[in-house]
Structure formats: structure tokens, C-alpha cells
Design a protein around this ligand. Structure first.
Ligand code: 5GP
Length: 132
């Protein structure tokens, strides 16, 4: 079954794209816990993160690091928190979330709302800071 993230990667469903290379794709989470909440996914459709081959998993983390560095430049925060759940979408992904406290990365918190224009502006700003 094609996942919603595969459709996003292929451009069949729109996303607020941050960056991509031949193996990975980063885009803003549509229901963010914080401004700049970003998802990093492998283009290859694999459900569980720890089923990725070692080299792909390592590459995904290096790609995520570059995205995190770009988010930090745009969204003031203490750190970029990293989370892996995968309970909703069966396509491996890493959450990158700007945080100032432990509570900022609690998934039981209400999600933030942004307008389309705000998402577009934020994605463009972060995207410009990415150095792959
Ligand atoms: P998880 O699988 O890690 O439990 O949660 C999936 C995450 O993907 C959630 O944070 C949710 O907001 C996000 N998400 C689900 N569908 C879409 C979508 O169509 N577009 C975007 N940008 N994010 C999505």
C-alpha cells in the first residue's frame, strides 16, 4: 500500500517542502507541536525506522542533522528535539521539533495552527538555510 508520505515524496499530495536529496525528503508537519516541526522520511517506503538498512538509517540521521541546523537558524529554541513514533503513518520518519522545555515535545499537547501563508513562508525560510 502506498503511504501518504510516499504520495508527498512523489508530489501527488502537496507538502511544505524543506529539502530533499536522492534518498530523503523533509517537510513541515501539518499538525505541528511547535513552529518549525519537521518530518524527515526516506523516499524508500519502509514502515519501521529500525528496519532500515544500517547505511540508510545512518544517512537519514546525517540528513536530519542538516535539516535541524537549518531549523535552528530560523526558529529560536534551546534545541531541536528528536522523536520517533510512527504510530499514525506506516512510513519511517523522524520528527524534528524546536524545544525550550520537555513539555514542548509532548505529543499529547494540542497541535498548533498556522495559515497556509505562514507554512509557506516558514518552509521557504528554513529551506534557504539548508546546506546539504
Ligand atoms: P506518527 O506516525 O509519528 O505517530 O505521526 C505522524 C505525523 O505525521 C503526525 O505528526 C502528523 O501530524 C503528520 N502527518 C500526517 N499526515 C500528514 C500529511 O498529510 N502531511 C503532513 N505534512 N504531515 C502529516
Amino acid at each position: 500500500m502506498t503511504t501518504i508520505f510516499s504520495k508527498i515524496v512523489k508530489g501527488e499530495i502537496p507538502s511544505y517542502r524543506i529539502a530533499e536529496n536522492d534518498r530523503f525528503y523533509a517537510f513541515l508537519d501539518i499538525n505541528p507541536l511547535a513552529k518549525g516541526h519537521t518530518l524527515v522520511v526516506p523516499k524508500k517506503e519502509i514502515d519501521y525506522l529500525f528496519d532500515l538498512e544500517d547505511e540508510l538509517l545512518a544517512g537519514m540521521n546525517v540528513f536530519a542533522k542538516k535539516i535541524a541546523r537549518a531549523i535552528e537558524k530560523v526558529v529560536p529554541c534551546k534545541r531541536i528535539g528528536v522523536a520517533v513514533l510512527g504510530l499514525e503513518v506506516p512510513h519511517a520518519h523522524i520528527h524534528l521539533i524546536p524545544i525550550n522545555s520537555e513539555a514542548d515535545i509532548s505529543f499529547s499537547r494540542p497541535k498548533l495552527k498556522f495559515s497556509e501563508a505562514e507554512f509557506i513562508e516558514l518552509a521557504e525560510k528554513i529551506s534557504k538555510e539548508v546546506k546539504l
